[in-house]
Design a protein around this ligand. Sequence first.
Ligand code: PMP
Length: 404
Amino acid sequence: MYDVAEVRKDFPILGREVYGKPLVYLDNAATVQKPRQVVEAMSEEYYNVNANVHRGVHFLSQQATELHEAARETVRRFLNARSTAEIVFTRGTTESINLVAACFGEAFMREGDEVIVSEMEHHANIVSWQLLQARKGIRLRVIPVDDRGQLRMDEYERLFNERTRIVSVTHVSNVLGTVNPVRRIVDVAHAHGVPVLIDGAQSTPHFAVDVQSLGCDFFAFSGHKVYGPTGIGVLYGKEEWLDRLPPYMGGGEMIGHVSFEHTTFADLPLKFEAGTPDYVASTGLARALDYVSALGMDAIQAHERDLTRYALERLRQIPGMRILGEADDHDAVVSFLVGNIHHLDMGTLLDRLGIAVRTGHHCAEPLMQRFGVEGTVRASFALYNTHAEVDALAEGITRVAKMF
Ligand code: PMP
């Protein structure tokens, strides 16, 4: 049995009050709260181990290096990658996507070549490619989204041509909660000889991900969304692809030998990790992945799906409610508008009741345009949320709506 009351004890912040009301934290798609175990693992490393990694002969440096590389192994296991050579530490999903756009673009794309993205992408997976568009004259092709918030797979297949070089789509929409059929997306792309990058920022916190069974060539996620610290994320890449990409940044750690005439680069994955890595954050991330794995990703998913179903059921009963995103496969995000109440007003008034939601375009302006709205209110759930919190949300919305 999943014991949410027991789980909540690991998250001290959930006991806080705001404006004299118990905090109801429903902004988990932006970032989640951290369990004690993660913060303690990081303090412990700062207090007892801290030393720069990879270069030191001394005891502490070796111990810090061992922790950092053990964290890489934990990430490998979490994603079921074949090897730790395929796990690159970055600062987050945004940096991981930028790395692929810059390095893949450099090596494999020229003017007129195309990348396929979707209408539901986060700006991180749009603007990174637009920078390449400006530099190299590549083109973005866009998979449309239907009225229920699902990718138009028929249209997707029609976007391929001899200039298609890469597909880059999100696993789960941070606005609609739609879970995209990644395996099918990958199969279609591979049938055209095209690799696929998956933005896993919103999938890794919610269900088990196996990069080998998804078959994707690259996969990006952020530590802070999966109960780890800020400032660290991961790029998974198949070894055969990472080997063929040029380095992203130059500096220490990523080199073999340097002279003014000729520099060689380190082997994978260090080739992509210039400079001192956040080796304390990698320990925190590993502890977070251990934490969710111990609870069980399937148990977390079952709990959150149950909450999401309950939230949709309760919210649909509110007069004037419009929910954006009614996909069959719907994850722990609910976006909505009520009557003509501005999303910012709704968010601000819910906040006064202690309920933290997000409002605005959620870094997905093209998707807002698709649905003809300027923004939405978004409630997103984590492993520690409860049915009582969903009740508080529904009652809060009803109260705010009555004020208008
Ligand atoms: N992609 C998606 C789908 C996201 O939800 C987010 C975070 N809102 C990002 C990318 C960017 O993540 P980060 O800011 O951690 O790099």
